[in-house]
Write a protein that binds this ligand. Structure first.
Ligand SMILES: Nc1ncnc2c1ncn2[C@@H]1O[C@H](COP(=O)(O)OP(=O)(O)OP(=O)(O)O)[C@@H](O)[C@H]1O
Ligand SMILES: [Mg+2]
Length: 365
C-alpha cells in the first residue's frame, strides 16, 4: 500500500506540542517530508532552546507515523528552527513547498549518476566561466559527505555570522561559496541520515546571505540519494547539467541522473562530456582513449542537448587540485574557452539573455 503525504500529515496532526497545545502540523513544525517506498523521513523544527526537552515529542511523531499501514520505517529529527526571514518578494514564479533563496535569480545543479566523473571540477570551472561572462555567481557545495569546493576554489577558514542566525558565504575569485567543508573539520567522520542531509541543504540555501546572484551553481554529490532528491524536489532549480565520461558505463549512470531530474520536472539543460579525449601534455597530440563521442550520441538519443566536451588534461586536474581552476589560472587556454562557451549556452538556455558587459577582471596572486 502506497504511503501518501496526506496520510503522514493526518497522523502527525494527532501529535500535540506539549507547550503550545496545538498539533505539529498546524504549528508548521514538520519540514522536509520525504516518503520513499514506505520509508518516511522528516524534521521537526523547534526553537533552539526547546530542543533538548522535546525528545518525547519526536518519539511521539515517529510512533504516530509508524502506525500508518504500509509504513516500513520512520525517521524524525529535531532541528533548530531557522531564523525568521523578512517577507522578501519570492523569486518568480514561486513554487509551493520549495526553499527560496531571496535574491538568487536561478539555480542550476551540476550532477551525474556516478562518482568521480568530474562534477566538482566542472561545477567550479563553470561557475568561474559564468562569472567571466559577466554574471554574479555563487557556488553551493551540496556534497555533504565529501565537500570539494574549499580545496578546488582555494578557500580556507570559517564563514562568519553577522547576526548569529545567518551565515555570510565565503568568497574567492569573485564567487560566493558555501560548503559543509567550511563548517565541519575535515577529519570529522560525517554520519548523516536522510532528513539531516535535507535540513543541512535547506540551511545552506536559506540561511546563507547569498545576496543578489544571477546564478547559483550547485555541485551535487554522486548518485541519486537523499541529497539529490531534496535538491530536485525542494530547490527551485532552473535546470540540471549532467556530467558524464565517454565510457558506456558512466553513460548508463548519466541516464539515471537525467531521469531523476525529469521525473521531478526539472529541465535537463544538457550533457557535458568530461575527460572526452586525451591531450598529450608533451606533444599536444590528441588521442581518444575512451570511445570518444559517446555522450554526444547518447545526448541525442535521450533528447538532451550536448553542451560540449572537456579533454582529459593534467592541467585541469592540477589547477583544480591546487585551488586555482583553469578558467582563472589559465584564462587563455582552450579549456577555459570550452568552459566559457558551455557557460554561455547554459545562461542562454535558462533565459538569461545577454550577460552584462565588461566582465570583472579577476586577478590572482
Ligand atoms: N577533464 C579533466 N582532466 C583531468 N582531470 C580531471 C578532469 N576532470 C576531473 N579531473 C580530476 O578527476 C578527479 C575527480 O574529479 P571531481 O572531484 O571533479 O569528480 P566528481 O565527479 O565531483 O567526484 P565525486 O563523485 O567524488 O564528487 C579530480 O582529481 C579531478 O582533478
Ligand atoms: Mg564532487
Amino acid at each position: 500500500m502506497a504511503v501518501t503525504e496526506e496520510a503522514v500529515l493526518a497522523a502527525l496532526r494527532t501529535v500535540m506540542d506539549p507547550d503550545k497545545h496545538r498539533d505539529v502540523v498546524a504549528l508548521k513544525m514538520v519540514q522536509g517530508l520525504a516518503i520513499r517506498e514506505g520509508h518516511v523521513g522528516f524534521t521537526l523544527e523547534v526553537e533552539r532552546e526547546r530542543g533538548p526537552r522535546l525528545e518525547p515529542l519526536r518519539q511521539a511523531a515517529e510512533k504516530a507515523v509508524e502506525a500508518i499501514p504500509g509504513v516500513l520505517s520512520v525517521t524524525a529529527v529535531l532541528t533548530a528552527q531557522a531564523a525568521p526571514r523578512p517577507a522578501a518578494a519570492p523569486q518568480a514564479p514561486a513554487q509551493p513547498g520549495k526553499i527560496l533563496a531571496p535574491g538568487v535569480k536561478s539555480i542550476i545543479a551540476v550532477a551525474s549518476g556516478k562518482g568521480g566523473v568530474g562534477k566538482s571540477t566542472t561545477a567550479a570551472n563553470l561557475a568561474l566561466a559564468l562569472a567571466a561572462n559577466g554574471l554574479k555567481v555563487g557556488v553551493l557545495d551540496a556534497d555533504i559527505y565529501g565537500p570539494s569546493m574549499p580545496r578546488m576554489l582555494g578557500i580556507a577558514g570559517r564563514p562568519s555570522s553577522p547576526d548569529g542566525k545567518t551565515l555570510d558565504p565565503m568568497r574567492n575569485y569573485g564567487l560566493a561559496v558555501m560548503s559543509m567543508g567550511f563548517l565541519v573539520a575535515e577529519d570529522t567522520p560525517m554520519i548523516w541520515r536522510g532528513p539531516m542531509v535535507q535540513s543541512a541543504l535547506q540551511q545552506m540555501l536559506r540561511d546563507v546571505n547569498w545576496g543578489e546572484l544571477d546564478v547559483l551553481v550547485v555541485d551535487m554529490p554522486p548518485g541519486t540519494g537523499d541529497a539529490q532528491l531534496t535538491m530536485a524536489q525542494q530547490v527551485p532549480l532552473a535546470g540540471a547539467v549532467i556530467v558524464s565520461t565517454p565510457q558506456d558505463i558512466a553513460l548508463i549512470d548519466a541516464r539515471k541522473g537525467l531521469n531523476m531530474f525529469r521525473k521531478v520536472d526539472v529541465p535537463v539543460l544538457g550533457i557535458i562530456e568530461n575527460m572526452s579525449f586525451f591531450l598529450c601534455p608533451h606533444c599536444g597530440e590528441r588521442s581518444d582513449i575512451f570511445a570518444h563521442g559517446g555522450a554526444r550520441k547518447e545526448a541525442g538519443r535521450l533528447g538532451a542537448e550536448f553542451l560540449g566536451e572537456v579533454p582529459l588534461d593534467i592541467v585541469i586536474r592540477e589547477t583544480s587540485d591546487e585551488g586555482r581552476p583553469v578558467v582563472v589560472s589559465k584564462p587563455e587556454s582552450p579549456h577555459s574557452e570550452v568552459y566559457r562557451q558551455i557557460a554561455a549556452r547554459i545562461w542562454a538556455k535558462i533565459g538569461g539573455g545577454t550577460a552584462r558587459k565588461a566582465p570583472p577582471r579577476i586577478s590572482i596572486q
